[in-house]
Design a protein around this ligand. Structure first.
Ligand SMILES: CC(C)(COP(=O)(O)OP(=O)(O)OC[C@H]1O[C@@H](n2cnc3c(N)ncnc32)[C@H](O)[C@@H]1OP(=O)(O)O)[C@@H](O)C(=O)NCCC(=O)NCCS
Length: 285
Protein backbone atom coordinates (compact mmCIF):
# COMPACT_ATOMS: atom_id res chain seq x y z
CA UNK A 1 0.00 0.00 0.00
CA UNK A 2 1.21 3.44 -0.99
CA UNK A 3 -1.40 5.35 0.94
CA UNK A 4 0.64 5.88 4.11
CA UNK A 5 3.23 7.96 2.31
CA UNK A 6 1.12 9.95 -0.15
CA UNK A 7 0.12 13.56 0.26
CA UNK A 8 -2.89 15.26 -1.29
CA UNK A 9 -2.06 18.82 -2.36
CA UNK A 10 -4.55 21.43 -3.71
CA UNK A 11 -4.16 21.60 -7.50
CA UNK A 12 -4.03 25.40 -7.27
CA UNK A 13 -0.41 25.07 -6.07
CA UNK A 14 0.57 23.80 -9.54
CA UNK A 15 0.69 25.50 -12.92
CA UNK A 16 -1.81 24.51 -15.58
CA UNK A 17 1.20 23.17 -17.54
CA UNK A 18 2.14 20.87 -14.63
CA UNK A 19 -1.47 19.71 -14.28
CA UNK A 20 -1.66 19.03 -18.02
CA UNK A 21 1.53 16.96 -17.86
CA UNK A 22 0.40 14.78 -14.95
CA UNK A 23 -3.08 14.38 -16.48
CA UNK A 24 -1.62 13.21 -19.80
CA UNK A 25 0.75 10.77 -18.05
CA UNK A 26 -2.16 9.16 -16.21
CA UNK A 27 -4.08 8.71 -19.47
CA UNK A 28 -1.45 7.21 -21.81
CA UNK A 29 -3.21 3.85 -21.78
CA UNK A 30 -6.77 5.26 -21.66
CA UNK A 31 -9.70 3.58 -23.44
CA UNK A 32 -10.39 6.67 -25.54
CA UNK A 33 -7.26 8.78 -26.19
CA UNK A 34 -7.92 12.37 -25.06
CA UNK A 35 -4.57 14.16 -24.74
CA UNK A 36 -4.83 17.75 -23.51
CA UNK A 37 -2.62 20.77 -23.89
CA UNK A 38 -2.46 23.59 -21.33
CA UNK A 39 -4.69 25.91 -23.35
CA UNK A 40 -7.40 23.27 -23.67
CA UNK A 41 -7.17 22.33 -20.00
CA UNK A 42 -7.56 26.01 -19.04
CA UNK A 43 -10.65 26.27 -21.29
CA UNK A 44 -12.03 23.11 -19.67
CA UNK A 45 -11.45 24.54 -16.18
CA UNK A 46 -13.30 27.75 -17.13
CA UNK A 47 -16.17 26.11 -19.03
CA UNK A 48 -16.94 23.60 -16.31
CA UNK A 49 -16.35 25.72 -13.17
CA UNK A 50 -13.47 23.52 -12.01
CA UNK A 51 -12.07 24.83 -8.73
CA UNK A 52 -8.35 24.14 -8.57
CA UNK A 53 -8.40 25.07 -4.87
CA UNK A 54 -10.71 22.10 -4.28
CA UNK A 55 -9.02 19.78 -6.80
CA UNK A 56 -6.16 17.52 -5.75
CA UNK A 57 -2.76 16.25 -6.85
CA UNK A 58 -1.37 13.13 -5.16
CA UNK A 59 2.35 13.28 -4.39
CA UNK A 60 4.99 11.09 -2.84
CA UNK A 61 8.08 13.11 -2.01
CA UNK A 62 8.76 15.15 -5.14
CA UNK A 63 6.85 12.81 -7.47
CA UNK A 64 3.38 13.55 -8.86
CA UNK A 65 1.34 10.34 -8.82
CA UNK A 66 -2.15 11.36 -9.86
CA UNK A 67 -4.75 14.07 -10.14
CA UNK A 68 -8.50 14.56 -9.65
CA UNK A 69 -10.52 17.71 -10.26
CA UNK A 70 -13.70 19.11 -8.75
CA UNK A 71 -16.27 21.28 -10.52
CA UNK A 72 -18.45 23.35 -8.19
CA UNK A 73 -21.89 24.80 -9.02
CA UNK A 74 -24.90 25.68 -6.89
CA UNK A 75 -25.63 22.73 -4.56
CA UNK A 76 -23.64 20.23 -6.63
CA UNK A 77 -20.11 19.16 -7.45
CA UNK A 78 -18.61 17.14 -10.31
CA UNK A 79 -15.64 14.83 -10.28
CA UNK A 80 -13.50 14.89 -13.40
CA UNK A 81 -10.00 14.29 -14.84
CA UNK A 82 -9.25 11.54 -12.31
CA UNK A 83 -6.13 9.57 -13.13
CA UNK A 84 -3.26 7.71 -11.47
CA UNK A 85 0.09 6.86 -13.12
CA UNK A 86 -0.19 3.37 -14.66
CA UNK A 87 2.79 1.87 -12.80
CA UNK A 88 1.42 2.63 -9.31
CA UNK A 89 -2.23 1.73 -9.75
CA UNK A 90 -3.98 -0.50 -7.25
CA UNK A 91 -2.00 1.08 -4.42
CA UNK A 92 -4.87 3.13 -3.04
CA UNK A 93 -4.02 6.47 -4.69
CA UNK A 94 -7.20 6.66 -6.79
CA UNK A 95 -9.38 6.01 -3.76
CA UNK A 96 -7.42 8.55 -1.69
CA UNK A 97 -7.93 11.23 -4.37
CA UNK A 98 -11.64 10.44 -4.61
CA UNK A 99 -12.08 10.48 -0.83
CA UNK A 100 -10.32 13.85 -0.75
CA UNK A 101 -12.78 15.29 -3.28
CA UNK A 102 -15.75 13.87 -1.36
CA UNK A 103 -14.41 15.53 1.80
CA UNK A 104 -13.92 18.84 -0.02
CA UNK A 105 -17.52 18.62 -1.23
CA UNK A 106 -18.81 17.93 2.29
CA UNK A 107 -16.79 20.90 3.60
CA UNK A 108 -18.64 23.11 1.12
CA UNK A 109 -21.93 21.91 2.65
CA UNK A 110 -22.85 20.13 -0.60
CA UNK A 111 -24.33 16.62 -0.64
CA UNK A 112 -24.88 15.91 -4.36
CA UNK A 113 -21.97 14.74 -6.53
CA UNK A 114 -22.04 13.83 -10.21
CA UNK A 115 -19.58 12.09 -12.53
CA UNK A 116 -19.39 10.11 -15.76
CA UNK A 117 -17.34 7.05 -16.56
CA UNK A 118 -16.71 5.55 -19.99
CA UNK A 119 -18.64 2.33 -20.41
CA UNK A 120 -16.39 -0.70 -19.74
CA UNK A 121 -13.83 1.26 -17.72
CA UNK A 122 -14.00 -1.42 -15.02
CA UNK A 123 -11.38 -0.04 -12.56
CA UNK A 124 -12.98 3.41 -12.36
CA UNK A 125 -16.53 2.03 -12.35
CA UNK A 126 -15.67 -0.32 -9.47
CA UNK A 127 -13.99 2.48 -7.55
CA UNK A 128 -17.08 4.70 -7.87
CA UNK A 129 -19.45 1.89 -6.84
CA UNK A 130 -17.22 1.16 -3.83
CA UNK A 131 -17.57 4.80 -2.75
CA UNK A 132 -21.37 4.66 -2.99
CA UNK A 133 -22.07 6.19 -6.41
CA UNK A 134 -25.06 4.71 -8.26
CA UNK A 135 -25.76 4.47 -11.98
CA UNK A 136 -28.47 6.84 -13.13
CA UNK A 137 -28.21 6.71 -16.89
CA UNK A 138 -26.26 6.11 -20.03
CA UNK A 139 -24.87 8.89 -22.19
CA UNK A 140 -23.92 9.01 -25.86
CA UNK A 141 -20.97 10.73 -27.45
CA UNK A 142 -22.01 11.49 -31.02
CA UNK A 143 -20.18 12.78 -34.05
CA UNK A 144 -21.34 13.94 -37.46
CA UNK A 145 -18.73 14.40 -40.16
CA UNK A 146 -19.37 17.05 -42.80
CA UNK A 147 -21.32 15.57 -45.72
CA UNK A 148 -20.80 16.23 -49.42
CA UNK A 149 -24.47 16.43 -50.40
CA UNK A 150 -26.02 19.66 -49.14
CA UNK A 151 -28.62 19.35 -46.38
CA UNK A 152 -32.06 20.64 -47.37
CA UNK A 153 -33.64 22.67 -44.57
CA UNK A 154 -37.05 21.43 -43.44
CA UNK A 155 -39.81 23.99 -44.02
CA UNK A 156 -39.99 26.00 -40.82
CA UNK A 157 -39.63 29.54 -39.61
CA UNK A 158 -36.04 29.58 -38.30
CA UNK A 159 -34.57 32.52 -36.40
CA UNK A 160 -30.88 32.83 -35.61
CA UNK A 161 -29.74 34.25 -32.28
CA UNK A 162 -26.30 35.29 -31.02
CA UNK A 163 -24.54 35.34 -27.64
CA UNK A 164 -26.78 36.50 -24.77
CA UNK A 165 -29.91 36.33 -26.93
CA UNK A 166 -29.11 32.66 -27.50
CA UNK A 167 -28.16 32.06 -23.85
CA UNK A 168 -31.54 33.46 -22.74
CA UNK A 169 -33.22 30.43 -24.35
CA UNK A 170 -31.63 28.13 -21.78
CA UNK A 171 -34.05 28.54 -18.97
CA UNK A 172 -34.79 26.36 -16.01
CA UNK A 173 -36.84 23.21 -16.30
CA UNK A 174 -34.33 21.16 -18.29
CA UNK A 175 -34.02 18.58 -15.49
CA UNK A 176 -30.69 17.49 -14.00
CA UNK A 177 -28.53 17.49 -17.11
CA UNK A 178 -25.03 15.98 -17.21
CA UNK A 179 -22.57 18.61 -15.96
CA UNK A 180 -21.06 19.42 -19.37
CA UNK A 181 -24.49 20.30 -20.77
CA UNK A 182 -25.85 22.32 -17.85
CA UNK A 183 -26.87 25.94 -18.43
CA UNK A 184 -23.86 27.31 -16.52
CA UNK A 185 -21.51 25.94 -19.19
CA UNK A 186 -23.09 28.19 -21.83
CA UNK A 187 -22.53 31.26 -19.67
CA UNK A 188 -18.83 30.37 -19.32
CA UNK A 189 -17.98 29.89 -23.00
CA UNK A 190 -17.64 32.09 -26.09
CA UNK A 191 -19.18 31.83 -29.56
CA UNK A 192 -22.63 30.74 -28.40
CA UNK A 193 -25.34 30.83 -31.08
CA UNK A 194 -28.95 29.78 -31.13
CA UNK A 195 -31.75 28.85 -33.45
CA UNK A 196 -35.49 28.88 -32.81
CA UNK A 197 -37.80 26.93 -35.10
CA UNK A 198 -41.55 27.02 -35.59
CA UNK A 199 -43.03 24.39 -37.91
CA UNK A 200 -46.18 24.80 -40.02
CA UNK A 201 -48.09 22.58 -37.55
CA UNK A 202 -47.04 24.98 -34.75
CA UNK A 203 -44.44 22.63 -33.25
CA UNK A 204 -41.79 24.84 -31.65
CA UNK A 205 -38.35 24.45 -30.18
CA UNK A 206 -34.84 25.79 -29.93
CA UNK A 207 -31.21 24.81 -30.17
CA UNK A 208 -28.25 26.55 -28.53
CA UNK A 209 -24.74 25.54 -29.59
CA UNK A 210 -21.13 26.61 -29.67
CA UNK A 211 -19.61 27.42 -33.03
CA UNK A 212 -15.87 26.79 -33.01
CA UNK A 213 -13.57 27.31 -36.00
CA UNK A 214 -13.93 23.82 -37.47
CA UNK A 215 -16.53 22.30 -35.19
CA UNK A 216 -20.07 22.71 -33.93
CA UNK A 217 -20.34 21.46 -30.38
CA UNK A 218 -22.08 21.69 -26.98
CA UNK A 219 -25.77 21.48 -27.86
CA UNK A 220 -28.63 22.39 -25.56
CA UNK A 221 -32.11 22.08 -27.04
CA UNK A 222 -35.74 21.77 -26.14
CA UNK A 223 -39.08 21.11 -27.77
CA UNK A 224 -41.55 23.61 -26.40
CA UNK A 225 -44.54 22.12 -28.19
CA UNK A 226 -45.20 19.35 -30.69
CA UNK A 227 -43.20 16.32 -31.73
CA UNK A 228 -39.53 16.35 -30.54
CA UNK A 229 -38.33 14.41 -33.60
CA UNK A 230 -39.90 16.91 -35.99
CA UNK A 231 -38.54 19.85 -34.02
CA UNK A 232 -35.04 18.35 -34.01
CA UNK A 233 -35.25 17.60 -37.74
CA UNK A 234 -36.05 21.26 -38.26
CA UNK A 235 -33.25 22.72 -36.11
CA UNK A 236 -30.65 20.21 -37.31
CA UNK A 237 -31.48 20.63 -40.99
CA UNK A 238 -31.28 24.42 -40.69
CA UNK A 239 -28.06 24.22 -38.71
CA UNK A 240 -26.28 21.85 -41.08
CA UNK A 241 -27.42 23.63 -44.23
CA UNK A 242 -25.96 26.78 -42.69
CA UNK A 243 -22.59 25.17 -41.82
CA UNK A 244 -22.07 22.42 -44.42
CA UNK A 245 -18.31 22.17 -43.88
CA UNK A 246 -18.18 21.92 -40.08
CA UNK A 247 -17.68 18.75 -38.13
CA UNK A 248 -20.07 18.23 -35.18
CA UNK A 249 -19.11 16.73 -31.81
CA UNK A 250 -21.70 16.20 -29.08
CA UNK A 251 -21.21 14.68 -25.69
CA UNK A 252 -23.39 13.29 -22.98
CA UNK A 253 -26.71 13.00 -24.79
CA UNK A 254 -29.05 10.84 -22.70
CA UNK A 255 -29.91 7.53 -24.42
CA UNK A 256 -33.61 8.09 -23.77
CA UNK A 257 -33.58 11.56 -25.36
CA UNK A 258 -36.73 11.72 -27.54
CA UNK A 259 -34.91 13.88 -30.16
CA UNK A 260 -32.36 11.15 -30.96
CA UNK A 261 -34.02 9.64 -34.10
CA UNK A 262 -33.61 13.01 -35.82
CA UNK A 263 -29.87 13.06 -35.01
CA UNK A 264 -29.35 9.59 -36.49
CA UNK A 265 -31.39 10.48 -39.59
CA UNK A 266 -29.13 13.51 -40.03
CA UNK A 267 -25.95 11.39 -40.16
CA UNK A 268 -24.83 11.44 -36.52
CA UNK A 269 -22.95 8.31 -35.39
CA UNK A 270 -22.15 7.02 -31.94
CA UNK A 271 -18.46 7.28 -30.92
CA UNK A 272 -18.73 5.74 -27.46
CA UNK A 273 -20.88 5.69 -24.30
CA UNK A 274 -20.52 6.85 -20.74
CA UNK A 275 -22.33 5.81 -17.58
CA UNK A 276 -23.66 8.68 -15.50
CA UNK A 277 -23.29 8.17 -11.74
CA UNK A 278 -24.56 10.17 -8.75
CA UNK A 279 -23.91 10.24 -5.03
CA UNK A 280 -26.71 11.87 -3.03
CA UNK A 281 -29.86 13.38 -4.47
CA UNK A 282 -30.16 16.29 -6.89
CA UNK A 283 -31.33 19.54 -5.31
CA UNK A 284 -34.73 20.85 -6.46
CA UNK A 285 -34.38 23.20 -9.46
C1 LIG B 1 -9.46 4.44 -12.02
C2 LIG B 1 -8.10 4.70 -11.35
C3 LIG B 1 -7.97 6.19 -11.03
C4 LIG B 1 -8.05 3.91 -10.04
O1 LIG B 1 -6.86 4.28 -9.35
P1 LIG B 1 -6.05 3.25 -8.43
O2 LIG B 1 -5.05 4.05 -7.65
O3 LIG B 1 -5.54 2.13 -9.21
O4 LIG B 1 -7.23 2.74 -7.47
P2 LIG B 1 -7.11 2.18 -5.96
O5 LIG B 1 -5.87 1.37 -5.81
O6 LIG B 1 -7.30 3.30 -5.01
O7 LIG B 1 -8.38 1.20 -5.93
C5 LIG B 1 -9.54 1.52 -5.21
C6 LIG B 1 -10.70 0.64 -5.69
O8 LIG B 1 -10.94 0.85 -7.07
C7 LIG B 1 -11.35 -0.38 -7.69
N1 LIG B 1 -10.33 -0.81 -8.66
C8 LIG B 1 -9.18 -0.18 -8.95
N2 LIG B 1 -8.53 -0.83 -9.94
C9 LIG B 1 -9.30 -1.89 -10.28
C10 LIG B 1 -9.18 -2.91 -11.25
N3 LIG B 1 -8.11 -2.97 -12.06
N4 LIG B 1 -10.18 -3.81 -11.35
C11 LIG B 1 -11.25 -3.75 -10.54
N5 LIG B 1 -11.42 -2.79 -9.60
C12 LIG B 1 -10.46 -1.86 -9.48
C13 LIG B 1 -11.46 -1.37 -6.56
O9 LIG B 1 -12.77 -1.27 -6.05
C14 LIG B 1 -10.46 -0.81 -5.56
O10 LIG B 1 -10.74 -1.20 -4.26
P3 LIG B 1 -10.07 -2.56 -3.66
O11 LIG B 1 -8.60 -2.31 -3.73
O12 LIG B 1 -10.62 -2.63 -2.29
O13 LIG B 1 -10.50 -3.68 -4.57
C15 LIG B 1 -6.93 4.22 -12.26
O14 LIG B 1 -7.18 2.91 -12.70
C16 LIG B 1 -6.68 5.10 -13.49
O15 LIG B 1 -5.99 6.13 -13.42
N6 LIG B 1 -7.23 4.70 -14.67
C17 LIG B 1 -7.04 5.44 -15.91
C18 LIG B 1 -7.78 6.76 -15.90
C19 LIG B 1 -9.25 6.58 -15.57
O16 LIG B 1 -9.88 5.61 -15.94
N7 LIG B 1 -9.81 7.58 -14.89
C20 LIG B 1 -11.21 7.60 -14.49
C21 LIG B 1 -12.01 8.25 -15.54
S1 LIG B 1 -13.71 8.31 -15.10
Amino acid sequence: MLTNSIQLIPASRFTVEQLTAIYNQTRIDYLVPMPMNARRLQEYITAYDVSLEHSLVAMQGEDLLGVAMLGIRKNRTWITRLGVLPNIRRGGVGQALMTGLLENTARLGISFIMLEVIKNNIPAHQLFLKLGFREVGELLILRRPPVLTPTEPVIADAQRLEDDDARRLIRRGRGTMPWTNQSETFFNIQDVCGLTVTLPDDSRGWLVYQRQKFTLTRFAYQTESGNPVHVAQAFLSHLHSQYPRLDTHLENIQINDPHLPAFYAMGYVESFRRIEMWLGDPPPE
